[in-house]
Design a protein around this ligand. Sequence first.
Ligand SMILES: [Zn+2]
Length: 169
Amino acid sequence: MSSYSNPPCAACKFLRRKCLPGCIFAPYFPPEEPTKFANVHKIFGASNVSKLLNEIPPHQREDAVNSLAYEAEARLKDPVYGCVGAISVLQRQVLTLQKELDATNADLMRYAGNEIPYPVMNLMLQNNQQRNDNGAGSFESSSGFSDPYSYPWGHGNGPSGERGGDGSS
Ligand SMILES: [Zn+2]
C-alpha cells in the first residue's frame, strides 16, 4: 500500500507510466531532478538507457548514469562537439600551462646557473651521472670502488661498539 503514496521516479513520470517496485531508473533518477532524465532521454533514448543499465553490474550503474547525464547536458549545450568540446578546451589549457611551466623551469635553471659557479655545477652533474651508473649496476668495472656499500669506517667497529667501555668508567 505504501508504494502508492511514493511519487514515481523522474523517468516514469516523464514517460507517464507506473513506477513499479524494482524500477531500473528509480535509484538514479529521483523525482526531484526531472531535467536529468529529460536530458538523458532526449540524447540517448529511455530504452537504450534501460538496456545499458541492465547490462552493467549494479555498483557501476550510478557512475554510468552520471556520465550519461553529463554527456547529455554537454551535447544539448554544444550539439556539434558535446563533451569533446570541453575536453579539447581543457587539453589546450594543459598544453599552454605545460609550455609555461617549461619556460619557467628554463628561467630557473638560468638563474641558478648565474648564482652557482660553473665548476660546482659540473661536479653536481657528475655526481648525478655516477649515481645513475651505480643504479644500473656497472660499478664493478669502475676501478677502486668495487663495493659501493663498504665504507672505510664501517667494518664492524662502529662508534657504538667502541664507546661502550668509555661510558661506564
Ligand atoms: Zn520508475
